[in-house]
Design a protein around this ligand. Structure first.
Ligand code: HPA
Length: 247
């Protein structure tokens, strides 16, 4: 039984090399997760995989059922979650192809179901979210990336935007003033829900473009798609090494 899950983002709808043993569609009180949990072995290590945007990459970031996804993973015994996510680079060192393992989050999303402690709770529940990611898992990812020889930045602020549109140049300027290092559309409420379920959770951000307004020319979707393919290769290499250190 695996205790470790990988949530794959854009460009990672399946994990190359994953020997699939079982697929399980888990029903949750929050509805259906993005797809079946894919249980298998990666390099001999048990892992469970879930494609955040569905297996056909058809669920946009604001429509992902984050509550069902995390609940489903928790219900089958997952204790640690590596969340892979394509991001735009805001800080100068976050060039396409780099991995960023953030240690902080700013949430700019709106209207997403962002807590399990919602309906008629017996008492109001607040979780400590000062440090939103698991430091153990973050360090394992940083070491894994280094062992894989992949460029990695070991801290930073993940700015979570609503999407699905990319940001305006002014929004990115504001996020830079807020000290966001990278920008992505799926980091929240995923991280907060993981904390509510007491899962160890860390994000492996894959920089696939400079954020809006940071380069002379407009963002080119074909260039981003090409970088997603390269960057996800880096993430996979880093995660293989990470799994080796975790088990
Ligand atoms: N902004 C938001 N989300 C993203 C980006 C971006 O520039 N690139 C990849 N995901």
């Amino acid at each position: 039984m695996s205790e470790i899950a990988i949530i794959g983002g854009t460009g990672l709808t399946n994990v190359e090399g994953l020997k699939i043993l079982r697929r399980e569609m888990v029903k949750t009180p929050y509805g259906n997760p993005s797809g079946p949990l894919v249980m298998g072995e990666l390099d001999g290590r048990a892992v469970t995989f879930l494609a955040r945007h569905g297996q056909r990459h058809s669920i946009p970031p604001h429509r992902v059922n984050y509550c069902a996804n995390l609940w489903a993973l928790h219900s089958v015994g997952i204790r640690r979650v590596i969340a892979v996510a394509a991001v735009g680079g805001i800080a100068a060192e976050c060039t396409p192809g780099m991995l960023v393992i953030p240690d902080q989050i700013i949430d700019y999303t709106v209207g997403r179901q962002s807590t399990y402690f919602d309906e008629a709770p017996e008492r109001v529940v607040h979780i400590d979210f000062s440090y939103p990611y698991s430091e153990n898992l973050r360090q394992a990812l940083i070491s894994g990336a280094q062992a894989a020889g992949v460029g990695v930045i070991g801290s930073g602020v993940y700015g979570a935007t609503q999407g699905p549109r990319l940001e305006t140049a002014a929004e990115i300027k504001r996020m830079a003033r807020d000290e966001c290092t990278v920008v992505g559309m799926t980091g929240m409420p995923e991280a907060a829900l993981a904390r509510e379920l007491e899962l160890e959770y860390a994000c492996c951000g894959v920089v696939v473009n400079p954020a809006a307004g940071l380069t002379e020319k407009p963002l080119d979707m074909d260039e981003i798609a090409a970088m997603v393919a390269t960057g996800m290769g880096h993430a996979r290499a880093a995660i293989l090494q990470t799994l080796a250190t975790l088990s």
